[in-house]
Design a protein around this ligand. Structure first.
Ligand SMILES: [Zn+2]
Length: 124
């Protein structure tokens, strides 16, 4: 269940750097980069469900990759760099990462490149 703002999870300074300041964790260091168990990934801050394990794939890029998201729970915005498309949690507006299209990794031709620190895994 998605949490209301007064119940959002407390974030560590590392989590705040990514989720609030739109930072990026170092590639190949995130907990979920090579993690393939069955379950749901929710927002670290507000627990809104964002991705399912069925959409996760190995992009080799160094961050968790998903080729689709749970409908309506992620918002796309133009990145501050004016070039990339940033993805944020629709509910709490926390930074997740970026989305790339046309790379041909999977059938959806879409790669959500997500910081491990922005999400939390919940087994089915
Ligand atoms: Zn959120």
């Amino acid at each position: 269940m998605t949490l209301n703002p007064e119940n959002w999870n407390q974030l560590s300074s590392e989590e705040r750097y990514v989720i609030e300041k739109k930072g990026t964790e170092y590639p190949f260091t995130g907990f979920y980069d090579k993690f393939y168990e069955a379950g749901t990934y929710v927002c670290k801050r507000c627990e809104s469900p964002l991705y399912t394990s069925e959409s996760k794939f190995n992009s080799g890029c160094g961050w968790p990759a998903f080729d689709s998201n749970i409908e309506m729970n992620i918002e796309r915005v133009l990145d501050a760099d004016g070039r990339r498309v940033e993805i944020i949690c629709r509910n709490c507006k926390g930074h997740l990462g970026h989305v790339f299209e046309g790379e041909g990794f999977t059938e959806t031709n879409t790669r959500h490149c997500v910081n491990s620190i922005s999400i939390k895994f919940i087994p089915y």
